[in-house]
Design a protein around this ligand. Sequence first.
Ligand SMILES: Nc1ncnc2c1ncn2[C@@H]1O[C@H](COP(=O)(O)OP(=O)(O)OP(=O)(O)O)[C@@H](O)[C@H]1O
Length: 302
Amino acid sequence: MAFIEVEDLVKHYGSERAVDGVSFTVDEGEIFGILGPNGAGKTTTVECLEGLRTRDSGRVSVTGLDPERDGAELKQVLGIQLQESRLPDRLRVGEALDLYASFYKRPADTDRLIESLGLGGKRKTPFAKLSGGQQQRLSIALALVGNPRIAVLDELTTGLDPQARRDTWDLIEQVRDSGVTIILVTHFMDEAERLCDRLAVIDSGKVVALDTPAGLTARAGDEQRVRFRPSAPFADALLLDLPEVAEVTRTGPQMVVTGRGNLLQAVTSVLARNHIVAADLRVEQVSLEDAFVALTGKPLDN
Ligand SMILES: Nc1ncnc2c1ncn2[C@@H]1O[C@H](COP(=O)(O)OP(=O)(O)OP(=O)(O)O)[C@@H](O)[C@H]1O
């Protein structure tokens, strides 16, 4: 039996089928991503896994426990970081951690947890006086205070600045290295690509792909794009005649040449032969974002 198993999970809200037959498994020790646009059914899926929602049908097993039947036992192995979790403004960091620790049979040492999450010196600081990044760290600390085997993190870095996001990613890798299995719900491609060992891409309540980030990207093909500003006008046909080139588009002074194989060399050779200089030349490979569009027919951030 897999560490975590979700099989043919279905959940309706009224007549809306928010989760429509979702299946996946998670191995012990991995960071498993659930990626999808707003309203795709990600949160509902993990809420069924956490025992916070009752499923309409399907099977869910978390370390052999059924969240609906074995809720009390599950709470001892699962740590949850809720989306946009807010605490009372005046609750101090130490008080919040001690309170949450009291819910568990074998809580973590809160002093060590505070230190390892970079909140050292903040024990007496009220929630409202923490920065966005520190509040996020506290919510991760609260998810870990019960010494869980699994942590479910929902929209981990929403609202954080780039540095705080990178720090949080480092932290999550440390948590995984300490042996915690992580389920990460996100709608950020860069986060999924950086952190996840495997990903379920969810769209309109269904899993449309289940793979490693590299595997997903490979599915979108080996297409490349070469962007540049030509120093002189020329006919598109010059490039379209090349076997490597599939498409040429122009946006203002910029040209984008899409194709395969040794595209860069083919394009630059033709330009050189015609005495055209390519300024601001850039080559782009297929990204996870392209893979997502190929799979769902729409961009992630819609
Ligand atoms: N409590 C609820 N009552 C009614 N409909 C709901 C409820 N919660 C979610 N939904 C609807 O179910 C669908 C899936 O929502 P869900 O929150 O699971 O998606 P999500 O992928 O987590 O989205 P987001 O990234 O915006 O949180 C959406 O259409 C949403 O409007």
